[in-house]
Design a protein around this ligand. Sequence first.
Ligand SMILES: [Zn+2]
Length: 451
Amino acid sequence: MSATLSGATVVTSLDPVRVVQGDVRVEDGRITAVGGASVGGTSAGTDGRRDCSGCLVVPGNVCTHTHLYSALARGMPYALAPPTSFVEILQRVWWRLDRALDDEGVRASALVGGMEALLSGTTTLVDHHASPNAIDGSLDVIEESLRTLGVRSVLCYETSDRDGPASARAGVLENRRFLGRVRNESLSLARGMVGAHASFTLSDETLAACTEAAGEFGVGLHVHAAEDAADERDAVARCGHRVAARLARAGALHEHTLLAHGVHLDDEEIGLVRAARSSIAHNARSNMNNSIGRARLRALGERVSLGTDGIGSDMFEESRSAYFRLREDDGGTGGDWPLQRLAEGAHLAGRAFGEPLLGALQPGAPADLVVLDYAAPTPVHDGSFAGHWVFGLSARVVRDVMVAGEWVVIDRRLTHVDQQQLAAEAMGQAARLWRRLDEIGPHEFEPEGGR
Ligand SMILES: [Zn+2]
């Protein structure tokens, strides 16, 4: 398939910001030309031409930490005593929801979550999945759902000992099985990592099994790390080391590792993480929502990208919230900061796909892009784009979305599926899921060192 996006203002790079005027030419999944300069292999003609005059074309957003399995949790009833700590939030909310999921619930969650991602201009999801009563094959269900929609993804299963050793073994096996599939079938839109919940629900044996699997497949662990102080207390009580040191000693801290949150990492741990060149997914809204504290973003450095932790997939909103939260403490933070974090997210996805140009709109790059119908009230250029991003743009102006050269959203509608039907089916699945959830009590797992 080939396409020409004509007459747009094109943001070819977020870090550093580069803005040019002209056409974007796409052939066989890749960008072949940007700007007025040249056209790729074949003549553009009128076929596949999409008028983008008056629009901004930007790289597709990447969410580097999400939980599609929570897509049907929005507004769900809650009748237990209100949680008073992060661990209680897990015990009383998320570790009940994940146990209520079956394959149908996983499918509905992935479809509706993936739909919302595309409609908000997010083209890649780095997902962390848990469904302890439906582990085997769950990553296939998600992969198939996202493939149907046309979402790019990096998937893993959240291995944990909280539901017992058999469940932990099944988690490791599911990661291995899916990584084997990725290797053998060369899936075009999906890659894998080895998922692990968090240090405080992982035995030494399970952590070792995860690390071994990651090594065999040449990928990293995707794991919550130091999200709450309870994770650090547990690691110290369990093995006498803090979380990052425990991961490092297990061989789990390296350049392919993705740590979610990292809020409570101390100076020494930040030193370990940075020396290992591991990535951090910062989830500003989730951190605020769970009252867990503030990540030390300046200290954490360059390999910080942005995730939603399951609060939708709207990276306009996430990046803006992260920016304002950081500005509250550090007024010297520039508007380029959220753009750098989003660019880093694309680099992370690019490493997973072996596509170093992912996230740039330049010849040779995968054609993952978003057309914004944005009536800019002031000029848009290299120096002003960050201001437009943090003060003007939002998912509301997403008009069209392309992933790997295919239009997946046109005029705010999904192209591959009937989104009204999909939403109606999700509604039915949500009712079913909520009924099942009602019968599941708080999880009894407790970290060492207290809640
Ligand atoms: Zn998370």
